[in-house]
Design a protein around this ligand. Sequence first.
Ligand SMILES: [Fe+2]
Length: 304
Amino acid sequence: MTITITPLSTRFGAEISGLDITRPLDLATNAKIRAAQDRWGVTVWRDTGLTDASHVAFSRLFGLVELAPRHQGKPPRFSEPELFDASNIDADGHIIDNAMRRLINAGNRLWHIDSSYMNVRSAQSLLLCHAAPPVPAPTLFADTRSAYDDLPQAMKARIEGLTARHCYFYSRMKAGYPTSEEELDRMPHAQQPLVMEHRASGRRALYLGNHARDIVGMTREDGRALIDELNTWTTQDRYVIEVDYSTGDMSIWDNLCTMHRAGDFDDTAYARDMRRTTIREAGVAAAEDHFTTMFAASKRVAEG
Ligand SMILES: [Fe+2]
């Protein structure tokens, strides 16, 4: 089998074809896939034929596959504990009509980086489409390496060495979820550099998005103005690609050199079944089930 790489723009994103990824691949092919991912940041795979089990198995070529958070009282839809549920349907396949749950999902339509609110970051996310709505429902991706490269020198100097505080529920608050700054203060935060060394490519990348709440050492107002300015810069059309899905299609993005957001579609009218695995950043230790721990801690605050 020959791997075929078709760029989706000059600097960012590529579609990969020619491989059967439902079966184990040889080491040389695995290395080519990882190299393409490191080079292009986003790869798109059409009509993969992957199941839940082979989705998880394929994901392992990128590193340690995280366990998805388990939420008390809400049984998962899948038997694989590594699958994050990125759908708008419940265990019976019905569209979720719970307003609070929908507000939580609405946060995914803001530009973000998966897991930036965790102390241990995620590298790749692998999002597989199990059922697509009959209307466009794409993912939009932004190239945080090129966005950094193109920054004016004065801005590069200004942000060098700065640290942001990221909080999952901050993005939810921005999307309309009813919570207060005081409640957020008591929720878990992670500190992340604004400028990320993307070791896999030797390039540098911005690391922000809408989980970024404050900048350490700056007033809340000044920090948010800077975060907004850099998020707006990064998501200009010239850094953005859009990927839509049919059943079986998969996108893989490297969270250490991209931002993304879910495209807008009527999620009260159409079911969209998307399932995601997530790879932990290489060489970093964390508790095996750290997502469950973080969400449980946030829930305790929310419930007072
Ligand atoms: Fe996401």
